[in-house]
Design a protein around this ligand. Structure first.
Ligand code: FAD
Length: 74
């Protein structure tokens, strides 16, 4: 956590773009085969600003989706 002027920096508002299947989206706007992301590594899931306390839900939901899809693809 970074601190500046008494305020806390808790999270970056960015990361790899993913789709509903937790696949990482490339610069060509197509999923990159075999690459998945979830949690803080992924960005854009909540739009411009994330509602408080939903980060863990994000991690669990997209982590589970990514895990299931990795198993399905292997
Ligand atoms: C102060 C604070 C308060 C928060 N409060 C809430 C809250 O109330 N509710 C809520 O929902 N969310 C909250 N969050 C956000 C939530 O904690 C995070 O969104 C969540 O923990 C992110 O999980 P993650 O697994 O994506 O990333 P992380 O928890 O950051 O896990 C990433 C892991 O990868 C490891 N790692 C990094 N680089 C490498 C490498 N090269 N090789 C191997 N391992 C590596 C790290 O050591 C770490 O263990 C809070 C965050 C902070 C900082």
């Amino acid at each position: 956590m970074w601190r500046a002027s008494g305020r806390a920096f808790t999270t970056p508002w960015g990361g790899l773009a993913i789709n509903k299947d937790a696949q990482v989206i490339g610069f060509d706007l197509k999923p990159i085969v075999g690459l998945y992301a979830a949690g803080e590594a992924a960005g854009g899931v909540h739009g411009a600003v994330r509602l408080g306390s939903v980060a863990m839900t994000d991690c669990i939901v997209f982590g589970r989706i990514a895990g299931k899809n990795v198993v399905k693809a292997s």
